[in-house]
Design a protein around this ligand. Structure first.
Ligand SMILES: Nc1ncnc2c1ncn2[C@@H]1O[C@H](COP(=O)(O)OP(=O)(O)O)[C@@H](O)[C@H]1O
Ligand SMILES: [Mg+2]
Length: 226
């Protein structure tokens, strides 16, 4: 059993320069996430949740501090090396699904495997089954409901068996019942595949299902429900 942290962020900061000078989005963020854990990050709109997820996932670079992702320090990696690390260890789910409109459900799901040269039809069939979309496998995104599209996005994120899944408001565009179904699937796949979940959300039902809850406020990350 792997026990080293899958994410370790220390003294993490992000500032950007804009028309009004330097804007500090994040400051002194400390976060350690262990394998198989689930954590929720809450915070008001504009508090830096998406920015933090982008840094932790190696999509964006920090202004200060350090991040280790899946045991590798991101500090010295270039964009291509970070992309390689993401392809190997990281899955993403976004609020607005981000499916490719010209590909069917099945093709969207198998894309990450094709990009890494590891096409595996059995794995694709299995995740299609996990998200209960086998009967919709030949449908295009426009031929599916929002909830079905998000289930395709979940299957696409899990098909590579990532160690870490990052989700940015995964239920934000769904009604409550549909969102609840997505949450149930997220946690059943977290158990089935041992995937670590890092979820940004406004949804308190979703946050309550996580092992730990954090809040972003004033650029800083605080643990706890209050
Ligand atoms: N590249 C950028 N340049 C300037 N400001 C940015 C940039 N990215 C984010 N921001 C600002 O940083 C703050 C945090 O944004 P974001 O991380 O998207 O917040 P959240 O996801 O919590 O709503 C917002 O005020 C946003 O306008
Ligand atoms: Mg956001």
């Amino acid at each position: 059993m792997e026990t080293a942290p899958v994410i370790k962020a220390s003294a993490l900061g992000k500032s950007v320069s804009g028309p009004e000078g330097v804007l500090k989005i994040l400051e002194g963020v400390e976060l350690t996430v262990n394998p198989g854990e689930s954590i929720a990050i809450l915070g008001a709109s504009g508090s830096g949740k998406t920015t933090l997820l982008g840094l932790l996932a190696g999509l964006d670079t920090a202004t200060s501090g350090h991040i280790e992702l899946a045991g590798t320090s991101l500090d010295s990696l270039d964009e291509e090396q970070r992309a390689g690390l993401r392809a190997e260890h990281v899955g993403f789910v976004f609020q607005s699904f981000h499916l490719l409109p010209a590909l069917t459900a099945e093709e969207n799901i198998s894309l990450p495997l094709e990009l890494s040269g590891n096409v595996d039809h059995q794995r694709v069939s299995r995740v299609l089954e996990d998200v209960e979309l086998t009967p919709r496998r030949r449908h295009y995104p426009r031929q599916m409901s929002g909830g079905e599209q998000q289930r395709v996005a979940l299957a696409r994120a899990f098909v590579t068996r990532p160690r870490i899944l990052f989700a940015d408001e995964p239920t934000g565009n769904l009604d409550q019942a549909t969102g609840q179904h997505i949450i149930d699937l997220l946690f059943s796949m977290n158990r089935e595949y041992g995937t670590t979940l890092v979820l940004v959300t406004h949804d308190l039902t979703l946050a309550a299902r996580c092992g730990r809850i954090y809040r972003l406020d004033g650029g800083r990350l605080h643990e706890g429900r209050a």
